[in-house]
Design a protein around this ligand. Structure first.
Ligand code: C2E
Ligand code: CA
Ligand code: CA
Ligand code: CA
Length: 277
């Protein structure tokens, strides 16, 4: 039994080493992905079903690995966060997205673009400067840039957040809280932050067809945003029933596969030109 135990331990540790090695390899490849031009940005439209129009797009990073093909952000974003590479990746996406929105503006399409700001990136002291640079280089008005930060980021360090968010607001960008409902936001704290929009997390939207509790949470978030004069948007909308329920509850801004999947810039442009139908 002893020998078997030892053998089993070695088996597991061998497997763990293989996984650690795989991670290390992936991290090294990710390090080179920007320089090797392997990153892409996909744009997912957000719609207002009441106004019947596209109100913006979210920029989502994609990694086109030379051998593995498209690697999902769920796989490489955590790795990028642990290694610190996320700061460079976010910055690359920021520049790309600003240039795209500027190109649309030149075509006569006014379309705000949202980028995701990771926790590490938000904490960097030069974030505001880097955003200013990106806007200037792309010649994009700050009002067309939206920053999405998760609830956990915004709720972490009260002092830093109030200061940082105020700086970003003063610059003219708008601020959305991503994955809202999954964290532990205090209402009195939220009220004091310069937040423009909350994004109801997909996990609640998923379940509102069949789960009364989730519908109750969604209604509470909508009521809260109305009281605090914030916009509210729901992510991950996949069915018309979800649309009806959200819309009836007062949430008219929606994003999800029912309307559009994240797509390359070329198709996003076509979608924007075609408009909402
Ligand atoms: P997120 O910011 O919550 O983005 C929404 C995710 O939900 C995207 O996954 C999008 O493709 C997916 N989605 C949209 N509509 C639907 C729907 O109707 N059904 C379902 N099942 N999924 C839907 P994606 O692109 O794989 O990104 C996953 C996460 O990776 C993002 O979640 C975000 O946290 C992170 N991420 C993506 N791009 C970036 C980036 O440039 N920077 C940072 N820091 N994080 C990023
Ligand atoms: Ca997001
Ligand atoms: Ca989200
Ligand atoms: Ca989410």
């Amino acid at each position: 039994a002893k020998a078997k135990g030892r053998g089993r331990f070695q088996f597991y540790s061998g497997e763990m080493n293989a996984r650690a090695l795989q991670r290390l390899r992936m991290e090294n490849e990710l390090r080179k992905a920007i320089d090797n031009n392997e990153l892409r940005v996909a744009y997912q439209p957000k719609v207002d079903v009441q106004q019947r129009k596209i109100i913006g797009v979210e920029a989502l990073v994609r990694w086109e690995h030379p051998k593995q093909g498209i690697v999902s952000p769920a796989e490489f974003i955590p790795l990028a966060e642990e290694s610190g590479l996320i700061v460079d990746i976010d910055n690359w996406v920021l520049h790309k997205a600003c240039h795209q929105a500027s190109e649309w503006l030149n075509m006569g399409i006014t379309c705000p673009v949202a980028v995701n700001v990771s926790a590490l990136n938000f904490k960097k002291t030069n974030l505001v400067e880097r955003i200013k640079t990106a806007l200037r280089e792309a010649d994009l008005p700050a009002s067309l840039l939206e920053l999405e930060m998760t609830e956990s980021i915004v709720m972490s360090d009260i002092e830093l957040n109030t200061e940082r968010l105020t700086q970003l607001k003063e610059m003219g960008t708008s601020i959305s809280i991503d994955d809202f409902g999954t964290g532990y936001s205090s209402l009195s704290y939220l009220r004091r932050l310069p937040i423009d929009q909350v994004k109801i997390d997909r996990s609640f939207v998923n379940e509102i067809d069949c789960n009364n509790e989730d519908m109750a949470i969604v209604k509470a978030i909508i009521a809260m945003s109305t009281t605090l004069k914030m916009e509210v948007i729901a992510e991950g909308v996949e069915t018309t029933t979800q649309t009806e329920k959200l819309s009836k509850a007062g949430c008219h801004r929606l994003q999800g596969f029912l309307y559009a999947k994240p797509m390359p810039a070329k198709f996003a442009t076509e979608t924007l030109l075609a408009g909402f139908d």
